[in-house]
Design a protein around this ligand. Structure first.
Ligand SMILES: CC(C)(COP(=O)(O)OP(=O)(O)OC[C@H]1O[C@@H](n2cnc3c(N)ncnc32)[C@H](O)[C@@H]1OP(=O)(O)O)[C@@H](O)C(=O)NCCC(=O)NCCS
Length: 152
């Protein structure tokens, strides 16, 4: 049976989370955010940085961008610690980001994902995202991205 993630709380990220967020990013396959980028997003009105916490440990995060005058939000980052995967935390962070986008009157949530990231693509497809295009050479290492979106 799938483990439950009921003891996991989602909350806004703050500056004290930075070391944990950088450690999470180190598990990410591909481009990584720097400490400076993290700090900028923490304080940006057009970004929503959310973390998943279990006990005192930060075990996941999502980063959502808004653009004024746009009816779509962009999921820039979604990550769950390798040790905490397959417990529904990624799906929960995603649903939480979607609700935040709805609350800001967005009609769409868009994202890019590496074409070889089967786990993330499966998560997004299961949540109702559809592939709407590709971006060749999108990542620093030259890998292509799929563009996906869903109506909110
Ligand atoms: C992608 C990621 C966020 C998924 O997080 P997670 O907490 O393990 O995902 P969940 O447990 O919520 O899984 C939800 C659904 O996603 C799909 N899924 C997740 N991991 C999968 C895997 N390894 N293989 C196939 N499907 C997978 C499944 O459909 C799953 O539902 P199910 O288990 O009921 O079938 C996680 O693997 C991760 O952090 N990867 C590294 C960072 C990354 O690639 N982020 C996305 C960048 S665009």
């Amino acid at each position: 049976m799938k483990p439950q993630c009921c003891d996991i709380a989602l909350r806004p990220a703050h500056a004290e989370d930075l070391p944990a967020l950088l450690a999470l990013e180190a598990q990410f396959p591909g481009d990584r955010m720097t400490a400076r980028q993290f700090r900028r997003h923490l304080h940006s009105a057009s970004a929503r940085f959310q973390v998943a916490q279990q006990g005192v440990a930060v075990i996941g995060a999502s980063l959502l961008f808004f653009r004024s005058g746009s009816d779509s939000a962009r999921l820039y980052s979604l990550i769950v610690a390798a040790s905490a995967r397959a417990q529904g935390i990624g799906a929960r962070l995603l649903a939480d980001a979607e609700q935040a986008a709805r609350d800001r009157d967005c009609q769409w949530l868009r994202l890019e994902v590496r074409t070889d990231n089967t786990a993330a693509i499966a998560l997004y497809q299961r949540a109702g995202y559809r592939v709407v295009g590709q971006r060749p050479g999108y990542y620093d290492d030259g890998a292509a991205a799929l563009r996906m979106q869903r109506a909110l």
